[in-house]
Design a protein around this ligand. Structure first.
Ligand code: ADP
Ligand code: ZN
Length: 761
């Protein structure tokens, strides 16, 4: 029987590591199950505790993994991320590995003992050795994972059709059929082949005879079956140069800069193909999977059967099946959103980060990782290139390219058939003067819409504000109707007949009279998409209008369905928030109207101009992707703002050239690194004190500028008062130093956001 030693176990809870009795030699990074208070919890072994607490220790209930399941270089990345973002392995592990992935201890090392025997003899060194060989691909462990958990989930499933077996089948075919029967008639293809130790040829034969059928369970791909054929293009000169410039044998950061439609994806595909041909793997990150059916079908067309997809919306078993495929090397190309940067893929030869400027790569909850930044780090650890692509790069990446840290690859030509739209500014101040009232749709915009509809083409209107009216106020006393729990006014939703808080979800029936002075003169201010839809229905009664915003697309898949309908030509006018900006191409869309380009500029965040520029450029790019010429009308009260001026000219480089000197002068990223410490409390004082203490501890750290503590831009949310402390430094070093000088207690009052992206809330 093995001996037990005090071992530090970290749990994915806001707690410091706890000490339990665990088998001697238990390798760091394996998951264990422990009792915590009256329940059970999964934790990660960190190693022996040299100074165990002087209390009776509880033993771990079960060791879940025979050895660390994650590839060693991924563990290195996690260690880095843990130090950088200030979180433990146990908090990162669930991002890489679903908890339900369980080892099958009955598995036998070929020609050797069962894993369970090694465990019972306490031979963890032998297990670790087997694990290393398994990770290196030199040892195959036939059924390392429990299949029970997997059955019925997955990517491609093989099912019995119910046809009687023909008189002559081979022994291998019989094994397959028996295995399927034993599994209740259906199994994941990869697991089936592995269990029967046969190749896909045997399966194909059975399929030809009609005895089994193969079904893709994950049918995102199938939405576009007709598209799936591999359509190869001849790469243009600049695409070829971009491909040739990427050294596949070494780490290197590359920024692929080219407007939408300039052929970036073709460059990714070509590079991916070369990497896969060398037997290495490709990690491909996208900001949002639901908006990329076209990409998925292009991938599937080019690399049939080699693509696995990881996305947030998957249910647990699907996710699990996906991760299994990665762990077992079933899919050399993995496409996914943010957390996919931590996917258990080994021997990566290329990492792609498409639309690298997107905010969705940054997690807004603990651990607050940034997938793009981790992608660069991962490429460094793997010794492979990383390709960041964008039409409007983040100023961080652009600056890194200017400084020579990334190689800049440009795609400046547009392939035939892709036209830049013409963009015109409508000065809303002039409209106001002319009409002596606030103008929602400028006369120019209405005329353009009439023409577009008469020609049977499509128009898209963007307003980045949902609801009917942004807030209500009393004309008599000036009171605004605010959320009782947050420092934010309530938004009127006419369809639901509710005033709603967009932060905490509080809602109430709209009052008839002012709750303060009793006057009847209540007024809604600031139109939202819901009102725009109403106005459009009145003005264009014959048009088919579709509104897409968070209120109309809360059901899973409804955004996708709406966009597909629009793409199929079933919609004349699309109206919505920024979700319209991304992903889709509408062949008949020839007019884009931006109703109020200034909305995003008012957010108290030094990136407000950058975000506005990106959004406007993206939306404008929706117009005229096909043969038809596109027009964009951009309504604004501040036509001279650089974000607007350069968006009108669709000139990213000019925008960057004007914005970067401001950042430099004011000491903002990319010229400085920042950390944001937040704290909350039941009173302003309770929120403030921990930050004041923190500030005192940080004052001795050299190279830091400390701002605050101050109220957060929205000082109260859900009845909790919020304060923040901002650290700035010339580089990242002092910020890491600050973390060492004043480590945060797990679960304590203060949380840390490194490289924060969101200052506005
Ligand atoms: P991006 O990723 O920059 O938006 P894509 O790679 O998706 O651009 O290309 C836009 C369209 O142009 C696609 O339909 C693509 O197949 C086509 N395309 C790209 N490069 C070429 C090329 N060299 N020859 C012909 N068509 C191309
Ligand atoms: Zn609220």
């Amino acid at each position: 029987m093995e001996s037990q030693v005090p071992t530090r176990i970290e749990l994915a809870r806001p707690l410091p590591p706890l000490t339990y009795l665990a088998p001697a030699g238990l390798p760091e990074g394996v998951r264990v199950q422990v009792r915590l208070r009256s329940g059970m919890a999964v934790g990660v072994a960190l190693g022996p505790d040299p100074e165990p607490p002087d209390v009776p220790l509880k033993p771990v209930m079960a060791v879940l993994d025979p050895f660390p399941l994650l590839p060693p270089r991924l563990l290195e990345l996690l260690a880095f991320a843990g130090r950088y973002y200030g979180c433990g392995l146990a908090h990162l592990l669930p991002l890489c590995l679903p908890q339900a992935v369980l080892a099958d201890w009955e598995t036998q090392v070929p020609g050797g003992p069962r894993l369970a025997d090694l465990r019972d003899q306490g031979r963890w060194d032998a297990l670790v050795e087997a694990g290393a060989a398994w990770h290196a691909g030199t040892l195959r462990l036939p059924s390392l994972f429990h299949r029970r958990a997997l059955r019925g989930a997955g990517i491609t499933e093989v099912r019995l059709t119910g046809l009687p077996n023909p008189p002559r089948i081979t022994a291998a075919q019989a094994r397959l059929l028996l295995a399927l029967e034993g599994a209740g008639g259906a199994m994941l293809e990869g697991l089936l082949l592995e269990a029967c130790a046969t190749g896909p040829g045997v399966l194909a034969n059975l399929e030809r005879q009609g005895l089994v059928e193969r079904v893709r369970r994950l049918d995102l791909m199938a939405q576009r079956r007709e598209d799936v054929a591999d359509r190869r293009v001849e790469l243009s000169g600049e695409q070829c140069r971009a491909v040739a410039a990427v050294d596949l044998e070494a780490f290197g950061g590359h920024l692929l800069y080219g407007i939408t439609g300039s052929g970036k994806t073709e460059v990714y595909l070509e590079l991916a193909e070369r990497v896969l041909a060398r037997g290495r793997r490709v990690l491909w990150l996208v900001p949002e999977i639901g908006l990329t059916p076209r990409l998925l079908s292009r991938l599937e067309g080019r690399f049939p059967g080699q693509v696995a997809v990881g996305h947030a919306g998957l249910n647990a078993t699907e996710k699990q099946a996906d991760v299994m495929r990665l762990l077992q090397d079933g899919a050399p190309l993995f496409v996914g959103v943010r957390n996919a940067v931590l996917a258990p893929l080994r021997d990566i030869g290329l990492i792609i980060v498409d639309e690298e400027q997107e905010g969705s790569y940054k997690s807004e909850e603990h651990p607050r990782i940034h997938a793009r930044d981790l992608a660069v780090k991962r490429a460094q650890l793997e010794g492979c290139p990383v390709l960041l692509g964008s039409a409007t790069p983040s100023l961080e990446s652009w600056h890194a390219a200017q400084a020579g840290r990334y190689q800049l690859l440009r795609l400046m030509e547009r392939p035939a058939g892709v036209n830049l739209p013409s963009v015109k500014v409508v000065d809303l101040r002039e409209c106001y003067k002319a009409e002596r009232r606030k103008v929602v749709f400028a006369p120019l915009l209405l005329r353009a819409m009439d023409e577009v509809l008469a020609r049977g083409e499509q128009a898209m209107l963007l307003l980045n504000r949902r609801g009917f009216e942004n807030f209500w106020m009393c004309r008599a006393c000036g009171l605004t109707f605010d959320c009782p729990h947050c420092d934010l006014s309530l938004t009127y939703h006419k369809g639901a007949f509710r005033l709603r808080c967009h932060l905490c979800g509080f809602e109430t029936a709209p009052p008839e009279v002012c709750i303060h002075c009793g006057a009847e003169h209540l007024r809604g201010v600031g139109e939202g998409t819901e009102q725009i839809e109403d106005l459009l229905r009145a003005r264009f009664p014959a048009a088919r209008i579709l509104r897409l915003d968070r209120d109309t697309t809360s059901r899973r898949g409804s955004l996708e369905a709406g966009l597909l309908a629009a793409e199929a030509g079933e919609v004349d006018i699309l109206v919505g928030t920024q979700m319209l900006a991304k992903g889709h191409t509408f062949p008949r869309l020839t007019l884009v109207g931006i109703l109020n380009a200034d909305l995003g500029l008012k957010i108290p965040d030094f990136r407000a101009a950058e975000r506005t520029f990106q959004l406007l450029t993206q939306v404008a790019g929706r117009a005229g992707r096909a043969e038809l010429k596109g027009h964009v009308l951009l309504q604004t009260y501040s036509p001279d703002h650089p974000a607007i001026v350069h968006a009108v000219a669709q000139d990213f480089e000019a925008f960057a050239a004007e914005e970067l000197p401001y950042r430099e002068a004011l000491g903002y990223p990319p010229y400085a690194a920042m950390s944001l410490y937040r704290s909350e409390g039941d009173s302003p004082r309770e929120a403030l004190e921990p930050l004041q203490r923190l500030r005192r501890r940080l004052e001795s750290v050299p190279g830091l500028r400390i701002l605050g503590p101050l109220e957060a831009p929205i000082p109260k949310v859900k009845d909790r008062f919020r304060m923040q402390l901002i650290l700035k430094a010339g580089g990242r070093g002092p910020l890491g130093e600050a973390m060492r000088a004043a480590p945060l207690a797990p679960g304590g009052a203060v949380t840390l956001d490194r490289d924060p992206l969101n200052f506005g809330v």
